[in-house]
Design a protein around this ligand. Sequence first.
Ligand code: XMP
Length: 514
Amino acid sequence: MNKEMIIVLDFGGQYNQLIARRVRECNVYAEVWPYTKSLDEIKAANPKGIIFTGGPNSVYDEASPHYEKAIFNLGIPILGICYGSQLVAWTLGGEVKTAPVSEYGRTQVMLEGVKSTLLRHVSKKTSVWMSHTDYIAKAPEGFVVTSHTKDCPVASMENKERKIYATQFHPEVMHTEEGQTMLRNFVLDICECKGDWRMDSFVQNKIAEIREKVGDGKVLLALSGGVDSSVAAVMLSKAVGKQLTCVFVDQGLLRKDEGDEVEAIFGPQGAYDLNFIRVNAAERFYEKLKGVEEPERKRKIIGEEFIRVFEEEAKKIGAVDFLAQGTIYPDVIESGLGKSAVIKSHHNVGGLPDYVDFKEIIEPLRMLFKDEVRRAGLELGLPEKLVFRQPFPGPGLGVRIVGEVTAEKVKIVQEADAIFREEVANATGIRQPNQYFAALSNMRSVGVMGDFRTYDYAVVLRAVNTSDFMTADCTDIPFAVLQKTMNRIINEVKGVNRVMYDLTSKPPGTIELE
Ligand code: XMP
């Protein structure tokens, strides 16, 4: 496995993961590595090609991330993108300066008409995504300029003999219309990869690998019912059957009927060969959350309590050899330039359990992106409904109830959310939002029902379209659907006298209310 690999060397670019995904879409395995990895480590990995990412710095600043020149003498093809292209130029003796005109957004690029493998089959004039304030003023000796824009004399360049390529624009971004052709040219033609990275072989190899590693040992997995831990559970169960125990903690913050749905799939009536333990711990979580209003504290309490419950179950099982986790690649990618500001702590669990007696961790999905995890799930025969489930935060409804969490509020959100989901699913001809749910504001207001005054909660409906969950737009749900949802919630859910639709995009809002 992984015989052919492309290393995406990260210099702090915001699209580092996207580059790796695009390469994998060419059926070539790619990993993102921080630029701090040594040349010896790179050599040892024996990659078929290396891609330098973009980044926010200026190469001519001493403090900016650089890489030793010897990397260009390995004979391994290199593609520099944006900052990466400037790094190629600067390191090899070209000239990089602040551009008189910075380019940002969709830009027309004109090919010079020279023969270029990187730009093979690309139109003479094509739309690319630019985002730069510096530019390559002069290509290094031995390089041929292969395209330019109105304001950028070196939009791409190459040294064919040394197999070094550079683009000022971002081929990985969707707005670069022929970007995938360029990346394909790089990995398949220039790096000479075969393009035989496939999900079915990944799954089969992984199962065999787990079987070999685990031997006759015992494995313990915390199963949340989300896509990642479910796919991990099935993969492990196919590898080691009953040597696997899955602990499912129902913290009382799941969507309506979700606990039973998870049990139906993985429990004794389900199709998989594994030991399933369900812990109903709702009361315990509500008790801990009593009086707590601050969102980050709620997250922390839920994460920690989860670990405590899990530990207690693990103690009953006794020593295990392996602790399995559904960690996926975006969780483990180490950025070239460290972490950006924490807006919300998204970790589902507050670290590793301290008191579980295990020898080693297994993370079968560690190298997969989310869409690849879904493909693996389908490959393993998991139901589509589960595989394409919309994201659900680790702290569950805990972050969909503004302020203090109580059993009463949880019940309201569960009911309202089920109605909203049902109405959206039944609505015809609408674009399915990428994430949508009901939340509970902490507001109570006066209303009238029949002849009585009410003083009840306001439910907030939220639906967004997004491709990466970093930015999002409110979904344009037809008014009639919203109105019907509102009617049903008011009539069917006790304790609610107002329903609101949240129109805010992200930014400035976030997707969840907390
Ligand atoms: P925000 O609210 O930050 O959400 O715009 C972006 C995506 O992340 C999910 N989310 C979380 N997921 N633990 C998680 O596992 C969390 O604490 C958490 N908070 C938000 C959210 O559902 C959305 O998909």
